[in-house]
Design a protein around this ligand. Structure first.
Ligand code: MSP
Length: 529
């Protein structure tokens, strides 16, 4: 599975982090399921846009790229991104792959020279049709005028693959997801595919075309092959056998909706021409917006992920964007809503659940579990509910309904809190008989087992929080590190397990220090009291 390879014209913003967080959640879930996962990410470093960014800083392109790539890698570290391969399109092995692929496509007779005239958006690195621009030849995404260009370029004969690509999108309903996006792609394909230019005469920062070194390879014809180079060793040829041995084709390319055409139409065409198997699925998510506009470097309305993660931790950031932005649709950010969501989910709902139960046991049962989770009857309502939610969460993760997976996990915590309120174990400890106390102990174990299951279900999203929960329940680090999805089944907490002195699992976010926007009056007032 892959994220896009990010442009390094500027340091990463929350929009770039968004795709990567989602991919990491999926990767962690699939690993829990026991699947072999190769999670590919990386950077897209050639082309005009990057060259311009470098020269604006007075730097050589490679020097500029090295700096920005370091910032991406640092952010992925902060966000606990567990990628397996990071490919830079300036890596020698990638450049060799692009040359090999280009030659293959050339030999097939799919590349020809022609004159091109059109409107180019450097931000998109794409020629735009009349219908794709706002009046005045403005790019609607970047809000800047497109430039009129006339060049002699090499073209890729995408139109030759019209029938195959149409059959692919029509015949395989799951190739492009979600369904609304698939209809959009079908529309483009049915309009008729046009050949596109794959070389640039005027851009020096790129991979020179071996047959004509005065031209460089167009960034998209370069970067998409990064998904293949990421899997190969230095000097390994990109043939179908070598790639199949290391996981090709991708099960899913996760992309933003702005680059869907490249992944769902151009990329299959390129692979057909190169003789390589096609990916199984392309999933397009929506945009993070600020006041309704796509958040982006070009518009200057970005949310900086670094300060957010440093202030609130990776779990909080990962949880908010997974839970609150329906995967596939646009979503807006506000720091107040972010705080409210994280507090409600991690501090109040899940954190409190475990904490209250552990505190009661600590006071009344000498810090050891009085019963085993397996002793809770199968028809116990909390147990039965948790089992159903585990199924729901698995189906949601598998279907990339990531927000639903989080909701399924949190629903178990909510039900656990309700169970606590109904069974009132504290009353039995205060004035109940021995039998009442034993029942209260079993109820508390049920609540803790539910909290443990929530930790397993949430572990792809909030790995640190989940690890702390395991710790609080008295497990060794090994138990968490070797966790599998089957461990979400009821019954893992053993009788007599010692647990450490309870400490809050998630400290409520409070105070008036907002990192991305001015603190609203309400937060200031609360902080002052
Ligand atoms: N370099 C190309 C991808 C090449 S893949 C072989 C590119 N890079 S990008 O940095 O501009 O965008 C990378 C990803 O970030 C895209 O999936 C894009 O949708 C995503 N996002 C950029 N801004 C975004 C938001 N404001 N919101 C959500 N995701 C957005 O395109």
């Amino acid at each position: 599975m892959t994220t896009p390879l990010y442009y390094v014209n500027a340091e990463p913003h929350m929009g770039s982090a968004y795709t990567t967080i989602a991919a990491d959640v999926v990767a962690r879930f699939q690993r829990l399921r026991g699947r072999r996962v190769t999670f590919v990410t990386g950077t897209d470093e050639h082309g005009e846009k990057i060259a311009l960014a470098a020269s604006a800083k007075g730097q050589a392109p490679k020097q500029h790229c090295d700096g920005v790539v370091a910032a991406f890698q640092e952010l992925w570290r902060l966000l606990d991104i567990s990628y397996d391969s990071f490919i830079r399109t300036t890596d020698a092995k990638h450049e060799a792959v692009v040359r090999a692929m280009l030659e293959q496509v050339w030999q097939r007779g799919d590349i020809y020279k022609a004159n091109y005239e059109g409107w180019y958006c450097v931000g998109c690195e794409q020629y735009k049709d009349d219908g794709e621009m706002a009046p005045g030849n403005i790019c609607p995404l970047h809000r800047t005028p497109c430039q009129e260009r006339k060049e002699e370029n090499y073209f890729f004969a995408l139109s030759k693959y019209q029938r195959q690509i149409e059959e692919l999108i029509e015949g395989d309903a799951s190739f492009v997801q979600p369904a609304a996006r698939r209809n959009e792609v079908l529309g483009w394909v049915r309009e008729g595919l046009r050949d596109f230019s794959i070389s640039r005469a005027a851009v020096a920062w790129g991979i020179p075309i071996p047959r004509e070194p005065g031209q460089t390879v167009y960034v998209w014809f370069d970067a998409l092959f990064g998904y293949a180079s990421a899997l190969l060793q230095d000097d390994e040829a990109p043939n179908a056998e070598a790639l199949a041995a290391v996981g090709w084709p991708a099960d899913v390319h996760l992309v933003g909706k702005d680059i869907l055409r490249f992944h769902a139409v151009y990329w299959p065409g390129m692979l057909l021409a190169a003789g390589l198997p096609l990916p199984r699925r392309v999933f397009a998510h929506g945009f993070l917006t600020k006041d309704g506009l796509k958040m982006g470097k070009s518009l200057g309305n970005v949310l900086e992920p670094g300060p957010l993660v440093r202030a609130y931790g990776s779990d909080a950031v990962r949880l908010f964007f997974t839970k609150e932005v329906l995967f596939g649709q646009d979503g807006d950010f506000s720091e107040q809503r972010f705080r409210d969501t994280v507090n409600a989910s991690l501090a109040n709902s899940v954190g409190n659940l475990a904490n209250r139960a552990l505190n009661l046991l600590h006071k009344n049962c000498a810090a050891a579990l009085p019963a085993a989770a397996a002793d809770v009857p199968v028809d116990n309502p909390l147990r039965a509910y948790a089992a159903a939610q585990v199924e729901a969460a698995a189906a949601a993760y598998d279907g990339l309904a990531l927000h639903e997976a989080v909701e399924a996990a949190l629903a178990v915590a909510a039900r656990g809190n309700l169970y606590m309120a109904k069974t009132e174990p504290w009353t039995a400890y205060k004035k109940g008989s021995d039998a009442d106390k034993a029942a209260a102990g079993l109820n508390l174990v049920a609540v803790l087992e539910a909290a443990r299951i929530v930790a397993v279900l949430l572990s792809p999203v909030t790995p640190r929080f989940a690890a702390r929960m395991y710790d609080a329940l008295g497990f060794e680090a090994d138990a968490f590190n070797s966790l599998r999805w089957v461990d979400a089944a009821w019954g893992a907490l053993p009788a007599g397990q010692d647990f450490p002195k309870p400490v809050p699992l998630f400290a409520r976010i409070e105070g008036d220090t907002f990192v991305s926007e001015a603190a609203p009056a309400k937060a200031l007032a609360t902080a002052a009291t």
